[in-house]
Design a protein around this ligand. Structure first.
Ligand SMILES: [Zn+2]
Length: 417
């Protein structure tokens, strides 16, 4: 029952000596690679193709022997990327949101989910959350699980479906009076606009966190105004669970070294601290479908030096959203959609928006107007166009913008609607 021991160790790792955690991580990586070789055809072929013999990967330091793995390769591999020794009744499947293309189906066991939840809750606990607090999740799937301890009044999270009207979210919020709120940034923005229009909040949570989408500065400003606090960011992915979390020092996000190994690579090599690279993750707790040196695609940089909060876990800073969330301009320039999101997000009349690429030199901003909200003027398209030289920018008011299957507003993409 080593998984129970792992589960119970989750809140302790931040206090135990670093050497102990490093040895445990090396063992996890070694076991994961050998498990992948034994039971997963995709990885067996990959290891063979790179001449990596049994026992060669002894720990974290040997991971670069393996090549980075792209999502598309796993999608093509299909069931050849699943472990063969997982009985179907022990597993359920998850799926990535697909907001950047086709979703990826990921099998997980119930015990892996329990560990995900332990890591999730502990990331909040580092910032003051306690198991008996009431939690409200706006859109985010991170805390949306049946919890056997909820009957004892522990780890109680209420989930609000972002497809429902925003007035319902406010009702649930005021009825529940949550101690902790976790939200997709797009949902938090909608919530703050509606709360402000309704005269503000009568209850304020102790902890406000965001995750699941890249967060633009306008969301932080709105949250400060409406909740009296800036949200702390949580970084995760279906493929790896919670990857990193922001502490109250707000000097970057601490990597969950007890759950993942993160590499920031540029042209296949580690990017120096303070310089941007692409996030690659090795999930230490995903035996049903291992993700080893998996390219997540977000751009981040390593934050050098110790954090003033005292936790030694390394830190990263997220720089833009995933690669699908950038616009390639003629001439090789790349503009993150988040830079445009900051412009659209600053229009209080806009309830929800999405950027759609209509052609090589054409971008459309589709938006839904908030009830009674002011119509954005022509300066909106002009402001966007000034950030996209050589690109035609138009705006289009629509009555409805569907969310992705996991409730994200989706920043945009090629031809998505
Ligand atoms: Zn810190």
């Amino acid at each position: 029952m080593s998984w129970i021991a792992d589960l119970l160790r989750t809140p302790l790792w931040g206090r135990l000596p670093r050497g102990m955690l490093d040895r445990w991580r090396d063992r996890r990586v070694r076991d994961l690679v050998e498990h992948a070789r034994r039971t997963i055809p995709f990885y067996r072929s990959l290891l063979e193709a790179h001449g990596i013999r049994e026992g060669r990967v002894r720990g974290v330091a040997d991971l670069p022997l393996l090549p980075p793995v792209a999502k598309s390769a796993l999608r093509v591999a299909g069931r050849r990327a699943f472990a063969r020794d997982v009985p179907p009744h022990l597993a359920r499947t998850w799926s990535t949101s697909g907001s950047r293309g086709e979703p990826l189906v990921v099998p997980v066991r119930h015990r892996d989910l329990a560990r995900f939840q332990a890591v999730n809750h502990h990331s909040l606990a580092r910032n003051g959350y306690r198991p008996w607090h009431r939690g409200l999740s706006l859109g985010s799937q991170a805390f949306r699980f049946e919890n056997p301890l909820a009957g004892l009044g522990l780890f109680r999270w209420t989930w609000v479906d972002p497809v429902r009207p925003v007035e319902e979210w406010l009702d649930v919020y005021h009825r529940l009076r949550p101690h902790a709120v976790h939200a997709y940034p797009s949902a938090l923005r909608e919530f703050c606009l509606a709360a402000r229009a309704a005269g503000g909040l009568r209850w304020r949570p102790r902890l406000l966190t965001t995750g699941g989408e890249f967060r633009t500065p306008d969301v932080v400003r709105l949250a400060r105004e409406v909740f009296g606090q800036a949200p702390l960011d949580q970084y995760g992915a279906v493929e790896a669970g919670r990857i990193a979390f922001e502490c109250r020092a707000r000097e970057g996000l601490h990597v969950r070294v007890d759950a993942v190994h993160v590499e920031i690579l540029r042209h296949g090599r580690p990017a120096p601290p303070g310089e941007p690279g692409t996030v690659h993750v090795t999930a230490l707790h995903m035996p049903c479908m291992p993700f080893i040196r998996y390219r997540l695609g977000d751009t981040a940089e390593e934050v050098p030096g110790p954090c003033s909060c005292g936790l030694w876990w390394p830190r990263i800073r997220l720089l833009t959203g995933r690669e699908g969330e950038t616009i390639d301009l003629p001439g090789g320039r790349r503009v993150p959609l988040t830079a445009l999101g900051a412009v659209a997000g600053a229009c209080a009349g806009i309830r929800r928006y999405r950027f759609v690429r209509a052609g090589e030199r054409e971008i459309v901003l589709r938006y839904v107007l908030r009830a009674g909200g002011p119509e954005p003027g022509p300066e909106l398209a002009a402001e966007l166009a000034s950030r996209l030289p050589g690109v035609r920018v138009t705006t289009e008011k629509v009555s409805h913008l569907p969310l992705t299957r996991t409730g994200k507003a989706a920043w945009g993409g090629e031809g998505t609607s």
